[in-house]
Ligand binder design. Structure first.
Ligand code: GDD
Ligand code: MG
Length: 368
């Protein structure tokens, strides 16, 4: 198996954090999202991955280089954004795909515990019935933000509707992970082209599109709420019982940890602080005395004074926070920002990277 990962989107809804890193390198439990995906692809025996990059393309090359977990990585850079189908066509000439070999293609902003070899096996059955593509499906309550799929009894996709405006009958959505036969390239063009609005509806009409429902964990990290939810899901899986300490950490017996909690390497926590539930702290994070951190993701190299409260929020890399600061209600602090003592940022206040904040701000949705 070979794979193509769509990694070129600008991650607009995750700004200010995506001003300085691509969405796919956002940390999930202290590891970039894409790193989790490479690991799973490697487990399934995928030997080569093409990363279809565009926005902040160099960051991927810097982080992953030419190989990860034994999987060879090639980079395909578009001259301009080409949507979700164009970049796959563009990667065709870089791929060495055997006649019978399955191509996995996926939206890179997905966290999922799918076994890719299972998808391959299902696709091989679809192929016997004339299928060119098998798409992974997931059941959700609110389908409006996704591609919605109706299946027939044989697992064939009857209709594919991207982000439906009105009412739809199905609760099955496109999970953004596909298995393709080589023939897919006959349906793709090297221009700005949408897989969801152009290719899948056509394949469904021709009865060559199949679905496979995934019943494990799945999440798209496109919005802050989703990004936090995925982190917390993974934290539950890794650290439900006791704090997960990655390397060495420094704290004394007055510190209270309420799992799930993940502490990156070399974290220091001051006396009488309460960490968790749902707190993920990156490498070299320093928390002062009597702080409270709940439902929060803190990136690497953050320093925080005493008496701070961080709740339901995200603190970017290298942020420096004074004493008695309150950050809450879905607020997000961009990388390297400096927050002065006593500042309160509540209800979706978004702080730009490197910004020095000296005054409090209240949202909803306020950019500082
Ligand atoms: N190379 C490249 N070029 N990649 C791109 C481009 C582009 O022009 N545009 C988007 N991408 C990448 C993004 O980085 C992301 O990994 C993926 O394509 C999907 O784009 P999103 O912008 O995240 O789409 P979405 O989340 O609104 O919808 C898609 O995902 C849903 C599942 O999460 C669709 O595939 C839906 O049908 C699906 O349900
Ligand atoms: Mg998405």
């Amino acid at each position: 198996m070979k794979a193509v990962i769509l990694a070129g989107g600008p991650g607009t809804r995750l700004r200010p954090l995506t001003c300085t890193r691509p969405k796919l390198l956002m940390p999930i439990a202290n590891r970039p999202l894409l790193d989790w995906t490479f690991e799973r692809l490697s487990w399934a025996g995928v030997s080569e991955v093409i990363l279809a990059v565009n926005y902040l393309a160099e960051s991927f090359q810097q982080y992953f280089g030419k190989e990860r977990y034994g999987v060879k990585i090639k980079y395909s850079r578009e001259p301009r954004a080409m949507g979700t189908a164009g970049p796959i066509k563009l990667s065709e000439k870089m791929l060495t795909l055997d006649e019978d070999e399955t191509l996995i293609a996926m939206n890179g902003d997905i966290w999922c515990d799918l076994d890719f070899s299972m998808l391959d096996a299902v696709h091989r059955k679809s192929r016997e019935k004339g299928g060119v593509a098998t798409i992974t499906l997931y059941e959700v309550e609110d389908v409006s933000r996704y591609g919605v799929v109706e299946l027939d009894r044989e697992g064939r996709v009857k209709a594919f509707v991207e982000k439906p405006g009105g009412k739809v009958r199905s609760r099955l959505i496109n999970a953004g992970i596909y298995a393709f036969s080589r023939e897919i390239f006959d349906y793709l063009e090297a221009r700005k082209m949408s897989m969801e609005r152009e290719v899948f509806p056509r394949l469904a009409e021709e009865k060559r599109l199949y679905g496979f429902q995934h019943k494990g964990e799945w999440g798209d990290i496109g919005k802050f709420e989703d990004y936090l939810r995925v982190n917390f899901q993974v934290a539950e899986a890794l650290a439900a019982g006791k704090p997960r300490i990655e390397g060495s950490a420094e704290y004394n017996s007055t510190v209270k940890f309420v799992p799930p909690v993940i502490l990156g390497e070399n974290v220091k926590v001051g006396a009488n602080s309460k960490i968790g539930p749902y707190a993920i702290l990156g490498r070299n994070v320093k928390v002062g005395e009597s702080c409270q951190l709940t439902e929060t993701v803190v990136f690497d190299n953050v320093e925080m004074g005493g008496g701070c409260l961080v709740k339901s929020s995200i603190v970017g890399e290298g942020v420096s926070i004074g004493d008695s600061v309150r950050i809450s209600g879905g607020s997000v602090i961009g990388d390297l920002a400096i927050i002065a003592s006593n500042v309160k940022l509540t209800r979706k206040v978004y702080v730009c990277p490197r910004k020095e904040v000296e005054k409090s701000a209240v949202g909803p949705k306020r950019l500082v």
